[in-house]
Design a protein around this ligand. Structure first.
Ligand code: TXA
Ligand code: MG
Length: 318
């Protein structure tokens, strides 16, 4: 069972665990977050394991201050103005990611944008003490509502994580507002703790909203799609293909592959999840028309890996 510590006593233990790649439930002012070091792929894979999420939605990276934020994303004057007005607080901004941001590609699910938020309270202190951003979705298992107390986190995830930091009931009680910020254009991706009207007043702009109204979070994102087509579950590689391998046994014809990346030589699904987006990007960048993909088992994180591969393989509209 998870250890539960009041936030006044938890900082050192939380930072120790986070630094070692563990997942820790921490209070933020919106809802409890299931947090891990955003620069460590296996730590981020553990978030998905703990949530039992059947797919890789991009996660919010939480920062301690503008200095950390500015190293991760490009802030135009509008984004800076909104950060000045609403940070720390329940506003998440989707911004262009900087090259060399250090954020692991599993956090963004391979996208070139990043969702950033500077939270209030214990979360901010933990991030500052760790010196690295924390990826954190809401601390609930897949399909359940977001936890706003440590007891709710314990009931749901207590057997899957080592530490829950108890900061009492969260002040806001619902998730952050998610806003995509582009030059002269703001799009509301998810309503939340900051009212749309307050953002409009500060920005001097009205918010664009999806034509179909509010969609479920995670469905809003245009996912990274490789240039190459994917051929799944291959047991035989064809000439000129790139190969995304898994495990110790190779498909036949591997010598015909122009380039090979193995998600995990030992067949470890957590390692495979951590490597998924960087390997897809690398193989796509090698210029082959087709990426052949060896079978990945469906157990545990394999479900999310297979979901992502199936999406990447699906025929696209022109
Ligand atoms: O209040 C909150 O936002 C809480 C606390 C823990 O900070 N976090 C939270 O995270 O609600 P989560 O993972 O449950 O929701 C994050 C949402 C997802 O629906 C995801 O689709 C969206 O953020 N998102 C993340 N990165 C994105 C990106 N680059 N572009 C568009 N949407 C993104
Ligand atoms: Mg959530």
């Amino acid at each position: 069972m998870a250890e539960i510590l009041p936030e006044s006593e938890a900082l050192q233990r939380a930072v120790e665990l986070l630094g070692a790649g563990a997942v820790v439930a921490i209070p933020t002012e919106t809802v409890y977050g299931l947090s891990a070091d955003a620069t460590n792929g296996e730590a981020v894979a553990r978030i998905y394991e703990a949530k039992g999420r059947p797919r890789f939605n991009p996660l919010i990276a939480h920062v301690a201050d503008m200095e950390m934020a500015g190293k991760i994303a490009v802030f135009n004057p509008l984004a800076r103005k909104l950060a000045d007005a609403f940070w720390p607080g329940p506003l998440t901004m989707v911004l262009p990611q900087r090259e060399g941001s250090g954020i692991h590609p599993l956090v963004t699910a391979g996208l070139d944008t990043i969702a950033l938020r500077c939270p209030k309270g214990f979360a901010t202190r933990a991030i500052a003490a760790l010196g690295r951003p924390l990826a954190a979705p809401s601390a609930n298992s897949s399909g359940r509502i977001s936890a706003t107390t440590a007891a709710a986190v314990e009931a749901d995830l207590g057997t899957r994580i080592p530490l829950i930091v108890d900061g009492g009931a969260t002040a806001v009680g619902l998730e952050s507002t998610i806003l995509k910020v582009e030059d002269g254009r703001l799009t509301l991706l998810r309503p939340g703790g900051v009212a749309a009207g307050d953002i409009e007043r500060v920005a001097g702009l009205s918010l664009a909203r999806g034509a179909k109204g509010i969609q479920a979070p995670g469905m809003l994102v245009s996912h990274y799609a490789p240039q190459a087509s994917l051929r799944l579950n291959v047991d035989e590689v064809r000439g000129g293909e790139a190969l995304l391998a898994f495990g110790p046994r190779r498909a036949t014809g591997v010598d015909k592959a122009v380039v090979v990346r193995n998600l995990s030589e030992s067949g470890d699904l957590r390692e495979a999840a951590a490597n998924l987006f960087s390997h897809l990007l690398a193989l796509d960048g090698a210029g082959a028309a087709i990426i052949a993909v060896e079978p990945v088992p469906l157990a545990g994180l394999g479900e999310a890996i297979n979901d992502r591969l199936a999406r990447a393989a699906a025929p696209r509209d022109a």
